[in-house]
Design a protein around this ligand. Structure first.
Ligand code: ADP
Ligand code: MG
Length: 958
């Protein structure tokens, strides 16, 4: 579809800002219907009504009784008749319309308050609308233009054409097959025919009689913020009638709002106009029924447009100048019920629609409010006309110029009290809004009274022609007289002389000839007279023709000039149209691109926001899960910590107790130095008890430990009492302890012997360890066990189990270690650290890990007697048991220990000949140290200096 070409906009009509009129607000109180009992509105006087809360309401409001008075321009009480209202409210608007000014009249109020009654009326009692139509046609009746002389265009403008063109168009249209032609009363329902039967022949007094007029009507409905054309001829579809198409609003070049593509019917009489209105009304009712609408929820707007243009200088034809045409309009609006939504108990769609309708009334209220505020306080707030179709359509009335009148309809019944209050408040506010007074239409510049002069001239001419007709008639008579004379011409007697004496023939001839001569004279005289008359007439005619010619020539040249001017203007406009069309094309393209962009962006936005929402919900879920996990883990660890603390406490208490015991023994030694060196059996027993309390219950004799002497098996799964991680490591440690105790003499003797004979082996990595793929870093104290064990094997273990041999098998590079590090171990800060390649590090002895490896190493820590942490690496071979489990045979212990270079060297160095002497000088500082030294001394004196261990009863027994 080609875009409508736009004509250049005219600048806004200059309005006179100083001349403003307030919106005229009138109030009409309808009579109380029979069903209603209580009345809450009284008319106080011609301009005031009083409203008071009804009985029930007063009770509801704790007896508060407030009556409010509202003033209006005029109040019409229950006895007010339609005519009275029309005379006061609508008549001035019709007068304005005919004088080329715009007007707006609307009825406002709740449903049932009499808006439609006021606007349309009822049979026999026509409302404002039929009365307005009647008055218009009464006023312009004789001056109406022929149909189609005025032609409305689709841009709210109007054009004019000559009567001949109009006639041609009429014939063309009549030839078309038109489904329905509006004509006269016969189409009207009888009841509504009554409505237009207005007897008072009211008319505007001073109608410009040098103008011709045409009336056009259109009828629209605004429902749910959509505009529907009620006069649109839709093709009849009985099966599935198409829903009506909504229309758009546009602003014309004069800044007036109009409905695009709206049907505008030219009407020539009140009947015809009302018939058109009634057709729209019918359509509205059908649409309401078909689409299940509530009629009280729609606004109906009946627009009367009046086109007028002056007659030409002759007062003969309409002036063919578009600029001279005036188009004015009167909008008669029957607004939807102003009640709030909840009153109608609407639901679903209806509720939404009602909301929209209320929205448009609300927008009207807002617009009025803002206008009022702007006018009262000189602010410049934007009036939200565009927020609803209703206010947008009326924008130019409030924004531009025109007369605006509102009739507030109220039903005095008690039920409507609250709604009526709202209506009154709105009405009162509306009265404060002022609208610019329209300026008078400029005169066309031609002499007034042309129509009458033309009429008089015509009449004169006719009369003259009549007069002229007289002599012309006489002529014919005269002609017949002449003919008669000719016919009565005396015939010539025969002039044949047969007899010489004939004396009668000649005298008869002479007489006839004489008569003829006489008649001839008479005829020539008549002829001369006629010629003279004709000559004078001809002269008269000539003179008149000349004058007419002069006049016509003058007029012709004038017209030619106008035509030339119009032609150039036309050319200019065409050029402008072309450029504008081009611009419009470009703008439309841009607009489509932007719209496309907008759509895309909106889609993108939607998808993004959805994604965001999804992410947010995911995050929330994750957070909740994590919080749960954290709480669970915290609880678990708290429990674990408590448990470990308890275990540690127990262990410490035990250690404390042991130390106490030692102290006691020491005290005994100190206090009884002269006693025999053998300790009393009681003390030994106590010591044993201490030891027992620290170690696990004695291994049954059937265990491999008991059999092998040097080996402790860790059956897997472990047997015996169930313990936690740390406890299990303790139990292993104690087993190892016991195993150590089994070989004291060898160790002592060998180590002692060695220390005596050999220099102390260099500290660092033992060669045998290296062989095993273990690199010891840190201060290594006891790589001696291996040698000791070897010695033991060589010397005394005649019946050592065959598995012991494994201990010596060549170590292939592929052997794997289980590195068992109980979690209770404390990290030491030594430079050198044990490092076992390819080891599986475990916190508890696990069968799984044992199954994969053939070597086992337990890192066990304990507090040495000097207070230092002593780390023992207890090593063993893993072999499979017959039952399918794993067993570990301990083979070796490596002890790692840190010590101070100045302090307790003697305790770790077996080469120290007299550890006590030095230590006694330097370190007899506290009881603890002294005790431990004392124990060592005793042990050392008995067991030899090279080996230090916990006090064990066995050691003291060589
Ligand atoms: P609205 O259009 O405000 O919903 P109507 O005009 O349809 O109300 O009025 C409802 C009823 O009240 C109609 O039957 C009408 O005839 C009646 N009515 C309203 N106003 C008057 C009045 N001033 N005098 C008599 N009857 C009236
Ligand atoms: Mg109504």
């Amino acid at each position: 579809m080609k875009a409508a070409t736009k004509t250049p906009r005219r600048p806004k009509k200059p309005t006179n800002p100083t001349l403003k009129d307030p919106v005229g607000v009138y109030c009409r109180v309808r009579p109380l219907s029979r069903a209603d009992q209580e009345c809450c509105i009284e008319v106080i006087n011609e301009t005031t009504v009083q409203i008071h809360p009804p009985e029930g309401y007063r009770v509801f409001r704790n007896g508060e009784y407030r009556e409010t008075q509202y003033s209006f321009k005029e109040v019409f009480g229950t006895l007010g008749v339609q005519k009275e209202l029309f005379d006061v409210v609508a008549k001035p608007l019709v007068e304005d319309l005919i004088r080329g000014k715009n007007g707006l009249l609307f009825t406002y109020g709740v449903t049932g308050s009499g808006k439609t009654h006021t606007m349309t009326g009822s049979p026999g009692d026509g409302g404002l609308l039929p009365r307005c139509l009647d008055m218009i046609f009464n006023s312009i009746g004789p001056f109406q233009a022929k149909r189609f002389v005025f032609k409305l265009d689709d841009k709210n403008g109007v054009d004019v054409q000559s009567e001949v063109d109009a006639l041609l168009e009429r014939q063309r249209r009549d030839a078309l097959p038109v489904p329905k032609t509006p004509s006269g009363k016969r189409h009207l329902d009888p009841e509504f025919a009554d409505m237009i039967n207005v007897q008072e022949h009211c008319k505007v007094e001073e109608v410009d009689e040098d103008n011709v007029y045409s009336v056009f009507v259109s009828y629209i409905e605004i429902y749910n913020n959509y505009i529907y054309d009620l006069l649109e001829e839709a093709p009849f579809e009985p099966i599935k009638p198409k829903p009506p198409q909504s229309k758009m609003l546009r602003e014309d070049q004069n800044h007036n709002m109009y409905v695009t593509g709206c049907t505008e019917v030219e009407v020539k009489s009140t009947e015809e106009a009302f018939e058109v209105f009634w057709r729209g009304q019918k359509k509205r009712r059908i649409a309401n029924t078909q689409l299940n609408r509530e009629s009280s929820r729609s606004h109906s707007v009946f627009i009367i447009k009046l086109a007028q243009a002056p007659l030409d200088a002759d007062g003969d034809n309409v002036l063919q100048e578009k600029e001279q045409i005036t188009l004015s309009q009167l909008s008669l609006v029957d607004l939807a019920g102003s009640e709030r939504t909840n009153r109608t108990k609407a639901e679903g769609n209806r509720l939404r629609e009602a909301g929209n309708i209320n929205q448009s009334l609300m927008t009207l209220r807002t617009c009025i409010e803002v206008l009022r505020e702007n006018q009262l306080y000189g602010t410049n707030k934007m009036v939200p006309y565009r927020d609803s179709k209703l206010t947008h359509l009326f924008k130019n009335y409030f924004d531009g110029e025109g007369k605006v009148r509102m009739i507030v309809c109220v039903n005095p019944k008690a039920e409507d009290y609250e709604e009526s209050l709202q209506v009154m408040r709105f009405a009162e506010m509306t009265q404060e809004v002022e609208v610019a007074r329209p300026v008078d239409r400029p005169l066309c510049g031609l002499t007034p009274g042309r129509r009458f002069r033309n009429q008089a001239f015509r009449e004169e001419l006719a009369r003259k022609l009549e007069m002229r007709g007289g002599p012309l008639g006489g002529e014919t008579e005269e002609q017949s007289v002449a003919e008669m004379l000719l016919q009565n011409f005396p015939p010539l007697p025969s002039c044949e002389l047969l007899d010489i004496n004939d004396d009668q023939t000649l005298p008869k001839l002479i007489e006839a000839l004489e008569q003829r001569q006489k008649m001839r004279q008479m005829l020539s005289e008549e002829f001369a007279k006629n010629v003279l008359a004709f000559k004078t007439m001809l002269q008269e005619f000539d003179s008149s023709v000349v004058s007419k010619e002069h006049y016509i020539q003058g007029k012709l040249s004038e017209k030619e000039k106008i035509i030339a001017g119009q032609r150039t203007e036309l050319e200019r406009l065409e050029k402008k149209i072309k450029t504008l069309e081009y611009k419009i094309d470009i703008l439309e393209k841009t607009a489509t691109i932007y719209e496309e962009d907008k759509r895309n962006l909106q889609q993108e936005l939607e998808s993004k926001s959805q994604k965001l929402q999804r992410q947010a919900s995911d995050k929330r879920r994750l957070e909740a899960r994590l919080q749960g996990m954290v709480a669970e883990t915290t609880m678990k660890w708290e429990k674990e910590c408590e448990r470990r603390v308890a275990a540690k406490q127990l262990e410490m208490q035990n250690k404390l107790w042991v130390k106490d015991e030692k102290l006691k023994q020491l005290k005994a030694i100190v206090t009884e130095p002269k006693e025999k060196p053998e300790r009393p059996s009681r003390e030994r027993d106590r010591e044993k008890a201490v030891q027992r309390s620290l170690s696990p219950p004695p291994v049954p004799s059937s265990s491999p430990f008991a059999q092998g002497g040097h080996s402790q098996r860790l059956a897997s799964p472990p047997q015996g009492p169930r313990r936690s991680n740390s406890c299990s490591s303790i139990s292993v440690a104690s087993c190892v302890l016991e195993w150590e105790q089994k070989t004291p003499s060898h160790k002592q003797s060998t180590s002692y012997a060695r220390t005596k004979q050999e220099p102390e082996p260099s500290r660092g990595c033992n060669s045998s360890h290296r062989r095993r793929g273990m690199c010891w870093t840190g201060v290594l104290e006891v790589p001696r066990h291996r040698e000791e064990l070897e010695i033991e094997e060589d010397h005394c273990c005649r019946n050592a189990p065959p598995v012991r041999l494994r201990h010596r098998r060549s170590r292939s590079a592929g052997e794997r270690w289980v590195d068992h590090k109980p979690p209770s171990n404390v990290p030491t800060e030594t430079v050198l650290q044990p490092h076992v390649p390819h080891a599986i590090t475990v916190a508890t002895a696990s069968e799984k890990a044992l199954a994969k490896c053939d070597k086992y190493m337990l890192t066990h820590q304990e507090l040495a007697s000097d207070g230092e942490i002593e780390t023992k690496l207890i090593k063993g071979d893993v072999f499979k048991t017959r039952g399918g489990g794993q067993a570990v045979q301990f083979t070796d212990i490596e002890t790692l220990k840190q010590e101070s270079p100045t302090g307790r060297k003697r305790r770790s160095s077996p080469s120290q000949p007299d550890p006590l002497g030095e230590a006694a000088d330097s370190e007899w500082t506290d009881v603890e140290t002294r005790c431990s030294v004392a124990v060592e001394m005793r042990a050392g004196s008995a067991l030899g200096p090279g080996y230090e261990h916990h006090a064990q009863p066995k050691r003291r027994k060589p």
